[in-house]
Write a protein that binds this ligand. Structure first.
Ligand code: URA
Length: 433
């Protein structure tokens, strides 16, 4: 099989066979196929797309290019959850303990943050002592004992995707639906999920900018899941503004604890309840979404989800006292208020700009090697629809330096304050099953 012929075939818009796709993925992973040929193929895929058969074959080939985690020693349906990335997205930290309390085993591998989006494992590492690296045996034992463990993604999970993603990044081929869908699903399949709830974000801080594009991506991933016998649901949720009010690491842990206590941000709580309810339905703990939603509210109200969070933190070496003494989490030395320059209503908060502002403070990474400062971040005091007076604080900056002019300007730029009140924000646009 010559790569040049396969590129030619795809350039003509013809479908590649399972065997051809496996050959390409293994050849590229082991270095037999050079970057320049893979780049040409990716561009041909970008323009000509792939059939659902090709997308499933690509997903399986990428999943099988490295370690395939075997979670069969954990009883029950292992339901994973994946978000396509957002700002202030701490949903995994909240839904994990909730569904574990309801009996759904959570064996989750999460990534680190890069650029304007944060990562779950970075947030967890802001808890003093928390270990995100466990051996596979310790990981499985933690889930069997506490129903929940969250660890960093193994270095050898879907290496073909890692290499292809890096190449896509420099060849303008990231935003191709077959390539995004297979990239995300390959990692879910390799990490051992039996069922998957996908949270596809749309808006200023997301890959997908419109509901229609998000629907196509969601449908593509749900179809891959079905073809590969993983029951999959995709929710399309809002990322026109950051999720919740805290953006950073330790402060996002504090906000997640508030939601688990039942005193958190209303919108964040509503999205988390829906995601947890769908996970419980896929985990076959409940038959209907409505029944699951009610049980989720109840488990929060009874304090059981917060108890599970305490146990989960302690089992991975973290200090569970952070739940009742949030000051035990890293705290920034300086706090600055960003004041509104005019009065009116908040109409828009550019999530990507807010994510970049947090990154500039040190809460995120511009490059993979950057160190994170867990204490710094932002608190959004005003969200879309809120009224604002001139010189009222719209955002608090938590910094470990005295000079935050650039960050402050970026936040002011992200907020659009107008004299008219905007329509209420829709939190969930659609659910694809
Ligand atoms: N996230 C992924 O894991 N892969 C993509 O291609 C895009 C977003």
């Amino acid at each position: 099989m010559r790569m040049v012929d396969l590129i030619h075939k795809k350039r003509l818009g013809e479908g590649l066979t399972d065997q051809e796709i496996t050959h390409i993925v293994s050849g590229y992973t082991n270095g037999d196929i050079p970057d320049y040929q893979m780049s040409a193929l990716l561009m041909a895929i970008f323009f000509n797309g792939m059939t659902s058969e090709e997308i499933s074959a690509l997903t399986l080939a990428m999943a099988g290019s490295g370690e395939m985690i075997d979670l069969s020693a954990i009883a029950g349906i292992k339901v994973d959850k994946h978000s396509t990335g957002g700002v202030g997205d701490k949903i995994s930290l909240i839904v994990g303990p909730i569904v574990a309390s309801l009996g759904v085993p959570v064996a989750k591998m999460s990534g680190r943050g890069l650029g304007h989006t944060g990562g779950t494992v970075d947030k967890l590492e802001s808890i003093p002592g928390f270990q995100i690296e466990l051996t596979n045996e310790a990981f499985i034992e933690a889930v069997n004992t506490n129903k929940i463990a969250i660890v960093g993604q193994s270095g050898n999970l879907a290496p073909a995707d890692k290499k292809m993603y890096a190449l896509r990044d420099v060849t303008a081929t990231v935003d191709s639906i077959p390539l995004i869908a297979s990239s995300i699903m390959s990692k879910k399949i390799a990490s051992g999920a039996d069922a998957i709830v996908l949270d596809v974000k749309i808006g200023s801080g997301a890959f997908m900018k419109t509901v229609d594009d998000a629907r196509v991506l969601a449908r593509t991933m749900v179809d891959i899941g079905k073809k590969l016998n993983r029951n999959t649901i995709a929710m399309i949720t809002d990322m026109e503004q950051p999720l919740g009010r805290e953006i950073g690491n330790a402060n996002e842990i504090r906000e997640s604890i508030d939601v688990l206590r039942g005193t958190g941000d209303k919108e964040l709580t509503e999205v988390a309840i829906s995601v947890a309810a769908y996970m419980s339905v896929l985990g076959k703990v409940f038959e209907s979404f409505e029944e699951a939603q009610e049980a989720v509210r109840d488990i929060i109200a009874k304090g059981k989800a917060l108890d599970t969070f305490r146990r989960f933190v302690a089992s991975q070496g973290g200090d569970p006292n952070v739940v009742d003494q949030p000051d035990l989490l890293p705290t920034a030395a300086y706090h600055f208020e960003v004041l509104a320059e005019q009065e009116g209503y908040v109409n828009q908060i550019d999530a990507e700009h807010i994510g970049i502002a947090a990154m500039l403070l040190g809460a995120g990474r511009a490059k993979k090697e950057d160190q994170i400062d867990y204490a710094v971040g932002l608190t959004l005091n005003k969200k879309i629809g809120d009224s604002v007076k001139k010189r009222e604080s719209i955002c608090t900056i938590h910094a470990n330096r005295e000079e935050v002019k650039e960050v402050s300007a970026m936040i002011l730029d992200a907020y659009r304050i107008k004299s008219t009140k905007p329509a209420p924000v829709q939190l969930i646009y659609d659910v694809i099953v």
